[in-house]
Design a protein around this ligand. Structure first.
Ligand code: HEM
Length: 153
């Protein structure tokens, strides 16, 4: 059974809440949020985030540290999840419902060098997308603490 199914089963088995507090959909896990709407605007809103993710994928596929993880594979699903996750963090009204960072990167053997490689790929993509450095850093600051769950060697 996938984690997603366990999560769904848990939702279905949970007692029915009163309408006043009915949660429509719960996020998988909570992240630090960026409390500045200018950051999402600088990416071009949620639609802009989708375009950014194409550039990010291209950079991840060529950076020597991240290429082994992202090159030559179908990244459609992970791109979609990243749009939801970044949009969620940037206050765009999305809810990230993918796996937790610990589960999705378990057994992958991500090193700190690979993590830093992803940050560089992000910066290159964000530069190409025209996102000002200070706004790039606001999102990166929210993502950085996730290394604890992602880096395993
Ligand atoms: C802050 C840094 C990172 C964030 C926010 C992040 C976020 C994500 C998300 C949201 C997913 C999708 C999870 C799902 O499918 O439910 C994912 C999957 C993945 N991540 Fe990361 N990640 C980060 C760092 C890294 C690094 C450093 C690597 C390797 C260099 C990496 C490699 C992957 C791969 C290969 C997948 C796809 C797994 C699959 O298809 O099953 N990630 N990541």
């Amino acid at each position: 059974m996938t984690l997603r199914m366990v999560f769904l089963a848990a939702l279905l088995l949970a007692p029915v809440p009163s309408l006043a507090q009915a949660p429509t959909a719960q996020p998988t896990e909570r992240y630090a949020k960026v409390d500045d709407p200018a950051v999402l605007e600088s990416f071009g809103g949620v639609e802009g985030l989708r375009r950014f993710m194409e550039l990010f994928e291209a950079e991840l596929a060529v950076h020597p540290q991240t290429k082994p993880f992202f090159g030559g594979r179908d990244n459609t699903r992970v791109k979609q999840q990243l749009v939801d996750q970044f949009c969620d963090i940037l206050g765009g009204g999305c809810i990230y419902r993918g796996q937790t960072m610990r589960d999705s990167h378990r057994g992958m053997g991500v090193s700190m060098a690979a993590f830093n490689g992803l940050v560089e790929a992000f910066q290159r993509a964000a530069d190409r997308h025209g996102v000002p450095f200070r706004y790039q850093n606001k999102l990166l600051a929210a993502l950085a603490p996730l290394y604890r769950d992602i880096v395993t060697r």
